[in-house]
Design a protein around this ligand. Structure first.
Ligand SMILES: Cc1cc2nc3c(=O)[nH]c(=O)nc-3n(C[C@H](O)[C@H](O)[C@H](O)COP(=O)(O)OP(=O)(O)OC[C@H]3O[C@@H](n4cnc5c(N)ncnc54)[C@H](O)[C@@H]3O)c2cc1C
Length: 399
């Protein structure tokens, strides 16, 4: 078993933020030297697997993926690579997620090259708290992996299609996670539409409209009229500033929330780019291959009629079970299936108290803004969120 100062479970997009923030704060070498390690179950491709393998454009501006990285720091090499150059060229525009993912893979390669021992390929089945307050990661067969004073959960989220199927009385085999579709599993869905079938996409998010745009793009004129249906509650368009707002008349369910920090309207969930354009076209009636359904009061019949339902209503935490010093499960506070963290990204228990030494970072643990929206975005995970982790871990680490 290895001893470390801080173990990060997961080495996906969010986990990288710990290394990026440590570098930005000038403490990366020190933390790696004292024992900052990353554990990930992915064994193929770059360390931690290929990141963001989706066939759509980002909802964020390209520069958001670069903004947290110190140009004079350890990741300068990644910033000089082809993916970073493409991101930099696109600046405030949207960018294919595969490009953003390639840049994140480049960041991971830098960590792998700088400190190969800091990366551990392992499937963490649980984290157990010791009598001295440390956390030990353990495999499914009970083998201890790493013991550390701090642990960061960065295991991401999953789409609970079984729950959605149960809630709406749909056979589970007819519900597909949006992530699979966006990652290119399109053949069956496209085939059903070509044959005149109908596909319902559940959710009004970027993923939902991006999935609809991807299907319509693949099918072109072969997409049947009213073949694709988006079933939403509120719709939220992104606007760079309140005065740039162009609220369409035919949109009774528009959300309107102004970020206190940036002034951006619907900062974390507003539609942008291709997704926004498609939503506006559907609202104006100029896109007859797509129908919108407001499910605020009742689920529309299309959910039971459709050949396939694409789940795009968000992610639940991919959780690693936690046990206290007596071997009892530690219950965590959750909202909508995601684990709650406080303002400093510390994981909170079901009793509302902070779980000592434990942080949450990324999709399954995103902090909430004043409207209760999860602050999801690589720039947030690599920026303020990872800063909280690095500050706490660095504070006990000798200079
Ligand atoms: C469709 C889509 C569009 C997006 N668009 C944007 C965008 O416009 N802008 C933006 O900033 N971000 C975007 N994102 C990225 C998003 O912000 C998140 O950063 C990302 O999806 C999740 O990153 P993560 O590291 O939290 O989780 P994941 O990517 O799921 O990574 C978790 C890692 O933990 C590992 N893991 C999980 N459990 C264990 C375990 N028990 N033991 C060991 N390892 C484990 C996994 O192997 C994985 O490598 C998008 C994501 C999606 C899906």
């Amino acid at each position: 078993m290895k001893k470390a100062l801080c173990q990060v479970v997961g080495f996906g997009p969010a986990a990288l933020g710990v290394a990026v923030a440590a570098d930005r704060g000038g403490v990366l070498d020190r933390l790696l030297g004292e024992g900052l390690v990353f554990l990930d179950r992915h064994t193929e491709g770059p360390p931690g697997g290929r990141r963001l393998p989706y066939l759509i454009e980002s909802n964020s501006a390209a520069s958001d993926f670069l903004g947290a990285v110190d140009p004079a720091g350890a990741f300068a090499e990644a910033l000089a690579g082809p993916a970073a150059r493409l991101l930099s060229d696109r600046a405030d525009r949207h960018v294919p997620l595969t490009v953003a993912g390639a840049f994140l893979d480049d960041l991971a390669q830098v960590v792998a090259a700088t400190a190969p021992d800091a990366l551990i390929r392992a499937d963490v089945a649980s984290l157990r708290r010791g009598a001295d307050g440390t956390w030990t990661s353990v495999t499914a067969d009970g083998t201890p992996l790493v013991t550390s004073r701090f642990a960061v959960l960065a295991t991401g989220g999953h789409e609970d299609t079984a729950l959605t199927a149960r809630r709406h009385g749909i056979p589970p085999s007819r519900v597909l996670p949006s992530g699979e579709l966006l990652a290119g599993k399109l053949t069956y869905v496209v085939g059903r539409l070509r044959a005149g079938g109908q596909v319902a996409i559940l959710g009004g998010s970027h993923s939902a409209f991006a999935a609809a745009a991807l299907l319509l793009d693949r099918l072109g004129d072969q997409a049947p009229r009213h073949g694709v249906h988006v079933v939403h509650r509120t719709l939220a368009l992104g606007h760079p500033r309140p005065w740039a707002m162009d609220r369409p008349a035919a949109a009774p369910v528009m959300a309107w929330e102004v970020c206190e920090e940036t002034g951006v309207v619907n900062r974390f969930h507003g539609l942008r780019g291709v997704a926004r354009e498609l939503c506006l076209k559907a609202l104006s009636g100029s896109e007859d291959r797509l129908m919108l359904h407001d499910a605020t009061h009742a689920p529309p019949g299309i959910l039971s009629r459709a050949d396939l339902v694409v789940h795009a209503t968000g992610y639940r935490t991919r959780q690693v079970p936690l046990y206290d010093v007596d071997g009892r499960p530690v219950a965590l506070s959750r909202s909508d299936g995601a684990v709650d963290v406080d303002d400093e990204c510390r994981v909170t228990g079901a009793d509302g108290a902070v779980v000592p030494g434990l942080f949450g970072l990324g999709l399954g643990y995103a902090r909430q803004d004043p409207y209760g929206r999860r602050r999801v975005g690589v720039n947030v995970f690599h920026g303020t969120d990872a800063d909280h982790v690095v500050r706490a871990v660095g504070s006990v680490c000798p200079a």
